[in-house]
Design a protein around this ligand. Sequence first.
Ligand code: GLN
Length: 487
Amino acid sequence: MELTKFTVCQAADKIRKKEISVPELTNAYLDRINELNKKIGAYITVCRQEAEKQADRVQKKIDNYEELPIIAGIPAGVNDNICTSGVLTSCGSRMLSNFIPPYDATVIKKFSQNDAVLLGKLNMDEFAMGSSNETSWYGQVKNPWDLERVPGGSSGGAAAAVAAHMACYALGSDTGGSARQASSFCGVVGLKPTYGLVSRYGLVAFASSMDQIAPVTRDVADCAAVMNAIAGHDPLDSTSQDCRNEDYTSFLKNDVKGLKIGLPKEYFSGSIQKEVKEKVLDAAKLFESLGATIEEISLPLIEYALPVYYILSSAEAGSNLAQYDGIKYGYRAQQFDDLVELYKKTRSEGFGEEVKRRILLGTYVLSSGNYDAYYSKALKAKRMIFEEFQNAYQKVDIILGPTAPSSAFKIGEKTVNPIDMYFNDAYTVSANIAGLCAISLPCGFDSNGLPVGMQLIGKPYDEGTILKAAFTYEKNTGGNGGIDCGI
Ligand code: GLN
């Protein structure tokens, strides 16, 4: 078997048994990136030398029989909105195309503590705004299952890299579904942790009240292993929760007996692709046959989730992105006559169309004449959506639905109409609005042979239950180890 086909858990086992070495594994990935990156466009930066050095360091520890975490020596890619000291962190934007952070994000520090190997930085929609990876300044990422299709977004580079075996796993980000929707389009697993569980320190802010760093992996067991490495309280992030450190791998049990699963009827109506609906309902039947109970529920406020998300996230983005003015760091326009012109030109040239659209929308909903009508109303609706989920969780343990309304669409298909693009996030944004945890995993294929993803949404800090249900599904469908796009 090719070395890049192993999952994190399989590779970790082989490394410990000395069947493969960390440098061998790392080189196999670096060679694969070399071979495929032109075609897929998943990486913005490849850290070959540092990855090789780190691989040698970890191998020495393995040779000394040091006790190491599962992800030790396993090569990973990281979204380009996660700060890496000394390595370009562009956010997929021209604005940060010269930004070399002087510090590491907390998850990167945790990577070092866990002896992970960083392969490089992954392409993404500009400032994580998008659902197709078409807004990156560094060009389109292609879906490894069909190069004419989008990989989803904004964490398209992360999902494509894992699917094409150009990284054993990746860290994406999820503000409104980015890691889950891209994972569903690329046939991999993506987990959005509960807000506050993984430190956001060093994650470049898009919408701070919803942003979370998210593991993207080939199977559910890997996802649990990566969560063990990155979750935990961080005094550097004031929204980080001081909760106990779980061993997420302890939830990997083949058992859903007695689990109450809710199917929100609103997730299965409207413009959902027929095959997506069928595959998710098949999964519900499988859960039922394994001893879970399935209950239809209703979440009527879900209809407002998308407008609430776009109002709140754009408002926050407008404020967060105000710092990019060409003075402190980042891109600066070459020619200008005065300070105002410097600001104008820098921001006009440095940001792409989608980012500008969000800044305009955000500024509009926060302006004094519109604040009450939009921003403040959206905050109230957010609270109501949160309560609606709380009520649902009185009846059921987890919620099952599709991750996205369709499988991967064609490049260019939705760029003409941004609203059409936004509808892709209809099923994912509520987990971010309500601060819940949610996992997307493959649940079959459509008639084009493209992967379909389903989503399990859990209560805050109940990652254990969604991991257990997801693991059970994989175990009973032969999905452990992931699915292979064959590229
Ligand atoms: N597609 C959503 C957006 O464009 C979500 C992106 C994300 O989660 N980063 O806002």
